[in-house]
Design a protein around this ligand. Structure first.
Ligand code: PHE
Length: 452
């Protein structure tokens, strides 16, 4: 099959635009909120090594595969499979991705809402003079109530929807372009302060000294889920974005650059947070509240901390926004292209549905805490199901699709832009896609589920 022309679809206008948008999708709460607390729950250094291994061996190949599928098919996550494999059940991978997108949007907006509250708390100087214990208490009082966490969640959902309605180029590209470098600079400043706190060494040791006795099948699954979540892979986000990439951009380079940037930022967040976790004697395995208990304390200990705190939480909310729009875009692109809805109607419907489910996630830290299914409340249940099960399963199907179903020449054609670009890694890549990645993902996934 010769490659499909662009057909006048909306798309990214420049290489810089797509890098920013894909990195904007990848870099978000996954790096700064989720990564530290999962590392903390998973015992530190050994988890980190495995995580890095998964990024390299599985993450980059899956990301590249999604770009290949999306750019070749010029369609949304579901439509791409229909187009490349007409009449075959492969489109179910897209269905799964859309389900995962709803789930992730639902719980992601809970945490994004918390960051909005923390912008206000920082602005009003609420942390001033508070001890780590008092800061932890403030977080407890906030996130277990109903009203404000829900209000902020809906505000965040509304902002996400508003950007999506304004279209691909004008929306995503514009917002993603300028702001992420500032986040990096701020994280570096915070890391320096955190590293110079008394007792910081213990945190570094926790993060970087591997203790392999802490590894079991649950930790492996957590590392796999975190790698997929953080890179935005396994549910078609990057199939959708891939379909907007111009035909002369190099997919391999984009995949590597985005993955490296995402991983460096997670590491930076780890270095900023763990020394402070130990200096303030916070429990590293304390769960999703970790950064909200620790970060205000770091700003308290910094000259200009008020200023840095306000800016940081604003940037974090924006990073969350450039990720949440990429999640919503999966659903909206599907609804507009496959069901011929207008962009506005698709956005309103998808956002309302995700917000409805999302409210249960938010309330599961307070009013609905006792409502659990197999020991997990709604938030944890959705996070676990989407991040640790659906994304890896989606990733598995994606590498099988590109490795086994698509023709080798077509894959190569897409990666080399029709033979224009030299890509010496295609042989190794094909081996990874056909054998290494499917086996590794399947073993980790099915082992932790007790299937093998
Ligand atoms: N990668 C995003 C983050 O780290 C979250 C995300 C997951 C986005 C899945 C899209 C798809 O915050």
């Amino acid at each position: 099959m010769s490659s499909i022309e662009n057909e006048g679809r909306d798309g990214f206008s420049s290489r810089f635009g797509i890098i920013c948008a894909a990195a904007g999708s990848a870099i978000g709460l996954g790096n700064i909120w989720r990564f530290p607390y999962i590392v903390g729950e998973s015992g530190g250094g050994a988890f980190l090594l495995i995580y890095l291994g998964f990024i390299l061996l599985l993450g980059i190949p899956v990301m590249l595969s999604e770009f290949v599928i999306g750019r070749r098919a010029q369609r949304n996550a579901l439509g791409s499979f229909k187009r490349l494999a007409p009449g075959k059940p492969w489109y179910l991978v897209g269905v799964m991705g859309i389900v995962a997108a709803f789930m992730i949007l639902a719980f992601y907006s809970t945490i994004a809402g918390w960051t909005l509250e923390y912008i206000v708390k920082s602005l009003t100087n609420s942390f001033s003079g508070k001890s780590p214990d008092q800061i932890a208490l403030m977080f407890d009082n906030f996130h277990t109530q109903a009203l404000w966490p829900l209000v902020w969640q809906l505000v965040f959902m509304f902002m996400t929807a508003w950007i999506i309605v304004s279209g691909v180029k004008k929306g995503i590209e514009k917002y993603a372009k300028v702001l992420m470098p500032f986040l990096v600079i701020l994280l570096i400043i915070m890391a320096v302060r955190s590293l110079t706190l008394p007792g910081a060494g213990e945190g570094l040791a926790f993060l970087f000294r591997p203790d392999f006795s802490a590894i079991d099948s649950n930790v492996l699954l957590a590392a796999l889920g975190q790698a997929f979540f953080s890179l935005s892979i396994g549910m078609g986000t990057l199939i959708t974005y891939g379909s907007y990439i111009r035909k002369d951009n190099k997919l391999g380079n984009i995949a590597v650059e985005v993955s490296v940037a995402d991983t460096l930022i997670a590491l930076l967040a780890g270095v900023a947070i763990f020394p402070a976790v130990f200096a303030f004697q916070v429990d590293p395995a304390g769960g999703p509240g970790l950064i909200f208990n620790v970060l205000p304390g770091i700003f308290q200990q910094m000259p200009g901390g008020y200023f840095f705190g306000v800016i940081f939480f604003i940037l974090l909310a924006i990073a969350a926004l450039t990720s949440s729009i990429s999640i919503l875009e999966v659903i909206v692109a599907y609804l507009t292209e496959e069901l011929s809805m207008t962009r506005r109607k698709a956005t309103v419907m998808a956002t309302s549905a995700a917000a409805f489910v999302g409210m249960f996630c938010t309330l599961s830290f307070g009013a609905l805490e006792g409502f659990t299914i197999s020991g997990l409340h709604v938030f944890d249940l959705l996070d676990f199901t989407a991040s640790n099960l659906l994304l890896p399963l989606g990733g598995l199907m994606i590498v099988l699709f590109v490795g086994w179903y698509m023709k080798g020449v077509d894959v190569k054609d897409e990666i080399t832009n029709g033979g224009v670009v030299r890509a010496r890694f295609t042989g190794a890549l094909r081996f990874i896609l056909r054998f290494v990645a499917p086996v590794a993902i399947a073993v980790v996934l099915f082992d932790s589920l007790g299937i093998i």
